[in-house]
Design a protein around this ligand. Structure first.
Ligand code: DMJ
Length: 646
């Protein structure tokens, strides 16, 4: 064996090594980490050899046992050259007899050969290590260090998420409207939020929603049979924005201690995304509390199996425990719903941004690419798409239920990308152009409305849900093609006016679920089952956007009318309830305090009576559940996975 030459390592030299005579002890104090590493490697090779020798040397007890002759029929016979490959197929039954001694000698000899060979190999490896260049050794050491660090991280539970720059936080004094009258109105809205929250805290804590009359918890099929505190998660950012910090902390504590997603519950992917993931992300961005980010990512992982369909268009529902997905029984031909699979983009981009996991971004990119390739009847997107075949279901198009937030998220994807996602903007512009052509009309009484397209026929009916579009048109005005900004702002104002009329033409001054523009009836509900108001936000949402873009005082006035009506007709001692008939002076309650009442309705009202410095639209984009997410300055950010996308 040769003595290794002196090798330069990190500007130092390691001492000459004579095999068998280690110089290690004399230099231990002065050696560097990398040098120690190599020496340690050699030492461990020798220790391995000694260990090997200890184990491979023949054991006299075995001889005795062989002599008993019992194991002779059970001990596997190892054919030369096949050491270590013990398997049932190689067990050979031997007879007893005088071959034993001879066989043991042979075995001893073969073991010694093996030890010698191992010894040679270990020394050879050690020599090769020492012959390597400084850079090669450094690289090896670094790889080993990284591996050890990663193993440690894995052992310590969930992987820490990468740090991200936080946007400007919202302070309690931010958004002070200045004049005392507006401030008083804002305080009233804050008080309503407190009543809604305190009631839920007292009677429904931990349940998804509240029954304010029965004074107990409530849940619907969108959350399966889970008890995931939907109201807590949905309300958090509103509490934060309103400066209700004790309530916020209370909610945070519940989330830290109780919010668990390993539940055997079949939930709506869309609802969980907009309410839970959106709510958690917004709470994280506003408060900076890591727990919200971690929970959002944990939950998102549970939604990923929903995308395991032949097309990648997700199922409407997924079981959080088993990952099994399926679609709503009522949806046309087993289809997924446009407004559901098309309302994931904002949250999923943020999830990739925050977690470094490209999967989320890839899922929503895939959906967008698939939709871009499809034919659109009359340029319109049908509400139904089959996730197995990739074909449209019934040709129904709506800017209300089943379609609404798909269009909203195209526009908001563009805004949220700091206007760099021009593909999203173009898709939005094309879709809106087709909607204007086929769905938007003026009634005889001069009210602009958005109807529903059903198999080539326009139904002259507009939903409460559709009223959000007034705000969307205003938000998308700037940046619209052919300098049509004025046109879209005007369209937003017209929709706001129509929706206000739908409120004003009722007894309670609250809007019905759907209203017609037919046979002399305008902006009123005809069917009994369309006369309810379930604390929905869309009309107030549009007032708020219109206020931000025009500062026309009528929007605050309309918002105040709605606030008073809600307080008068929906408030009960146990919270706020929806009402079944807005045309009746003596309405019955539906006994549900929806989580979106705290997430959206009260938040938009509060913002309507706040200054524009509270969550400026240049910096924040609201998801469809009114959870504010910061604009990502994509010119300076590369999303993991985005390089692989076309
Ligand atoms: C909310 O959950 C969201 O706004 C969603 O986009 C549709 N509607 C409800 C409230 O009406």
């Amino acid at each position: 064996m040769t003595t290794p030459a002196l090798l330069p390592l990190s500007g130092r030299r390691i001492p000459t090594l004579t095999p068998g005579v280690s110089s290690f002890p004399h230099h231990r104090a002065t050696l560097r980490l990398s040098e120690k590493f190599i020496l340690l490697l050699i030492l461990s090779a020798f220790i391995t050899l000694c260990f090997g020798a200890f184990f491979f040397l023949p054991d006299s007890s075995k001889h005795k046992r062989f002599d008993l002759g019992l194991e002779d029929v059970l001990i596997p016979h190892i054919e030369p050259g096949k050491e270590g490959k013990h398997n049932a197929g190689q067990i050979i039954i031997h007879g007893q007899g005088g071959h034993d001694e001879h066989r043991h000698k042979e075995e001893e000899e073969s073991l010694r050969d093996k030890i010698r060979a191992d010894h040679e190999r270990a020394l050879q490896e050690a020599k090769e290590k020492l012959r390597k260049s400084k850079d090669e050794l450094k690289a090896e050491i670094q790889t080993e260090k990284t591996k050890v660090a990663e193993d440690l991280k894995k052992k310590d539970g969930p992987k820490p998420l990468p740090p991200v720059p936080m946007p400007k936080l919202v302070g309690v004094n931010d958004g002070d409207p200045g004049d005392p009258d507006t401030k008083e109105k804002r305080d009233k809205i804050r008080e309503m939020m407190k009543h809604a929250w305190d009631s839920y805290r007292q009677y429904g804590w931990g349940h998804n929603e509240l029954k304010p009359l029965a004074k107990k918890g409530h849940s619907t099929n969108i959350f399966g049979n889970s008890q995931m505190g939907a109201t807590i998660v949905d309300a958090l950012d509103t509490l934060y924005i309103m400066g209700l910090h004790d309530e916020f902390k209370d909610g945070q504590e519940w989330i830290e201690q109780n919010l668990d997603f390993s539940v055997n519950a079949e939930v709506s992917v869309f609802e969980v995304n907009i309410r839970f993931i959106g709510g958690l992300l917004a709470a994280y961005y506003l408060s900076g509390q890591e727990v919200f980010k971690v929970k959002a990512v944990q939950l998102a992982e549970k939604l990923l199996p929903a995308f395991n369909t032949p097309t990648g268009i997700p199922w409407a529902m997924v079981n959080l425990k088993s990952g099994v997905g399926r679609n709503w029984g009522w949806a046309s031909a087993g289809s997924s719903i446009l407004a559901e699979f098309g309302t994931l983009h904002m949250e999923f981009v943020h999830l990739t941004y925050l977690s470094g996991n490209p999967a989320y971004y890839e899922k929503v990119r895939h959906i967008r690419k698939l939709l871009a390739k499809m034919d659109r009847p009359n340029g319109l997107y049908p509400n139904y798409l089959n996730p197995r075949t990739g074909r449209w279901g019934q040709h129904h198009t709506s800017v209300g239920g089943l379609g609404d937030s798909f269009y909203e998220y195209l526009l908001k994807a563009w805004l949220m990308s700091d206007k760099t996602d021009t593909e999203a903007r173009k898709t939005y512009d094309d879709a809106i152009e087709a909607i204007e052509r086929h769905l938007i009309r003026k009634s005889n009484g001069g009210l602009t409305f958005i109807g529903e397209w059903k198999n080539g026929h326009l139904e002259r009916k507009m939903g409460h849900l559709t009223c959000f579009a007034g705000g969307m048109f205003a938000l998308g005005a700037d940046g619209s093609p052919d300098d049509k900004a004025g046109h879209y702002l005007q369209l937003g104002a017209e929709i706001a006016h129509t929706c206000h009329e739908s409120y004003d033409r009722t007894v309670l001054k609250l809007g019905p679920e759907a209203f017609k523009f037919d046979s002399g009836l305008e902006a009123v509900a005809v069917r009994q089952n369309e006369k309810y108001y379930i604390l929905r936000p869309e009309v107030i949402e549009t007032y708020w956007y219109m206020w931000r873009f025009t500062h026309d005082p009528k929007y605050r006035q309309w918002g105040w009318e709605a606030t008073q009506a809600i307080d008068k007709y929906c408030r009960v001692s146990g919270g706020f309830s929806g009402v079944k008939d807005v045309y009746s002076s003596n309405p019955t309650y539906d006994d549900v305090q929806q989580s979106f009442f705290l997430a959206e309705t009260l938040k938009y009202l509060y913002l309507l009576f706040s200054g524009d410095d509270l969550l400026p639209l240049e910096n924040w984009v609201f998801n469809t559940e009114a959870h504010p997410l910061p604009v990502l300055h994509m010119a300076n950010i590369t999303l993991p996975g985005s390089q692989n996308q076309g």
